[in-house]
Design a binder for this molecule. Sequence first.
Ligand code: ZN
Length: 81
Amino acid sequence: MICPRCSNEKVYKSRSHNFFEKVLTKFLNQKFYRCHKCGWRGLLKFDTASFFKDKVQVLAIFLSVFFALILGLLLLRYLNK
Ligand SMILES: [Zn+2]
């Protein structure tokens, strides 16, 4: 996440301070972030793209391990004949 005020690349998730903020984050699908460099605090869209990217990477690793295992088993069967 990038700070909209000073373009600092390190902004930190900030907890909702009251009920109104909690409701706001739920409805807008956004989260409060705080920049430690300039002190900015506000709502930013939850980074679903990178979240999804992580999931895809995990899935790709899982699938490659799975296929390697199957290939190994088939190879063992073939060699034992
Ligand atoms: Zn900032």
